[in-house]
Design a protein around this ligand. Structure first.
Ligand SMILES: *Cc1c(COP(=O)(O)O)cnc(C)c1O
Length: 373
């Protein structure tokens, strides 16, 4: 029996063909061809007019927030349950991330907590679609309108997720995606900034070019300090292939989740990634949360999966529990309770039914045998 990894990208012939072409021909005046194609095709898939390929989602968030004018003394509200990449760019700009609690079913931002956290310093709301689950965009966009605050979407984990038929990442002021090797589609490392706001797009485009305005006649002339978060043409070649295969990549994620969900349905006290009727979940990361009464803890889960030679990932630690944010007083009981009794399950394109059976067996044994001696 071989080790089951929690995630692996699906990269094949098509990607190899495009990369080879990019390596052999994509230089000189053709050095942006795949980048332009990738941006255009990705934007089309997401249903937005503008996209800028970046070296990471972190970079896309950093530039987008800078373009919104977020800076020293400002506050950005986001969920306490998150990967640090969502919060770090806020701090790069000298602003303060304000962590609020999550909803117990979606594990995403609780709109009522957002409302309560708004102060005169609040500059934006950052909606992160965790593990493919959708934030309540109706409520968040309504709060944004009421208080005149942009809602930013970190859709790094939400390729394939939709809210009322619209792609996650296309609903707010801007969306940011990640193509890190663990994500549903990959370019190795990489990201994308998307928006429907032409003025914001123009600002980020200039920022992304070290502050040089597109079409300026003056060479090597930055008008202000910008950034360098560009994607290479070689990575974009992989991205073009991945966008051509995106339907297949998403379908597989959904099929893997469905298989888990059906097999685990009969077990008591488990909940998994929700899919409300008006949403579609891209199911980047199938996740199980155990009712407290079961007594199944993170440590028990890690030990059981390790014994079965399966990679399982712990649920995100609350950001307010991390050393760099230790001065904040956490008021997020849900965010603090979830990781104590939850686990991410392996999910990757080429996973076999047998692999899934092994994962399911570990969970079934834990739940049915119980944890008490
Ligand atoms: C992966 C991830 C990021 C970071 O993406 P990079 O491309 O590694 O910068 C940001 N936000 C979320 C929610 C992620 O899952």
């Amino acid at each position: 029996m071989s080790r089951i990894h929690y995630t692996k990208p699906s990269v094949g012939e098509l990607e190899a063909r495009y990369v080879l072409d990019a390596v052999q021909n994509g230089w000189g005046e053709r050095c942006y061809e795949y980048i332009t194609r990738f941006e255009k095709n990705f934007a089309q898939h997401m249903g937005v007019p503008y996209a800028i390929a970046t070296s990471s989602c972190t970079g896309a968030l950093h530039m987008g927030m800078a373009a919104l004018g977020i800076g020293a003394g400002d506050e950005v509200i986001l969920a306490d349950t998150n990967w640090i990449a969502s919060a770090a760019p806020i701090t790069y700009l000298g602003a303060t991330p304000v962590f609020v609690d999550v909803l117990p079913d979606s594990w995403c931002l609780d709109p009522e907590q957002v409302r309560r956290a708004i102060t005169p310093r609040t500059k934006a709301i950052l909606a992160v679609h965790l593990y493919g689950n959708l934030c309540d965009m109706d409520a968040l966009l309504a709060i944004g309108r009421e208080f005149g605050l942009p809602v930013i979407e970190d859709a790094a984990e939400a390729v394939g997720s939709q809210w009322r038929g619209q792609a996650a990442g296309s609903l707010g002021a801007f969306g940011a995606f990640s193509f890190h090797g663990t994500k549903t589609m990959t370019t190795g490392e990489g990201g994308m900034f998307v928006t429907s706001d032409k003025a914001l797009y123009d600002r980020v485009l200039t920022l992304s070019n070290h502050g040089r305005v597109a079409g300026s006649s003056k060479q090597f002339w930055p008008d202000f300090l910008g950034f360098k978060y560009k994607m290479s043409n070689l990575q974009a070649a992989v991205g073009v292939a991945q966008v051509e295969r995106i339907g297949e990549l998403i379908d597989r994620k959904r099929a893997i989740f469905k298989h888990y969900a059906e097999a685990l349905e009969a077990l008591p006290g488990l909940s998994m990634n929700p899919e409300p009727v008006h949403a579609r979940n891209g199911y980047w990361m199938p996740t199980v949360v155990f009712d407290r009464e079961l007594g199944i803890t993170r440590d028990l889960l890690i030990a059981a999966f390790q014994a079965a030679d399966i990679d399982a990932r712990v649920f995100f630690w609350p950001l307010s529990s991390l050393p760099m944010f230790s001065d904040m007083v956490p008021e997020s009981p849900v965010a603090h309770s979830l990781p104590e009794r939850a686990i991410n399950l392996p999910s990757y394109h080429d996973m076999t039914d047998d692999d899934q059976r092994r994962v399911i067996e570990v969970l079934r044994t834990l739940v049915l045998k119980g944890t008490r001696p």
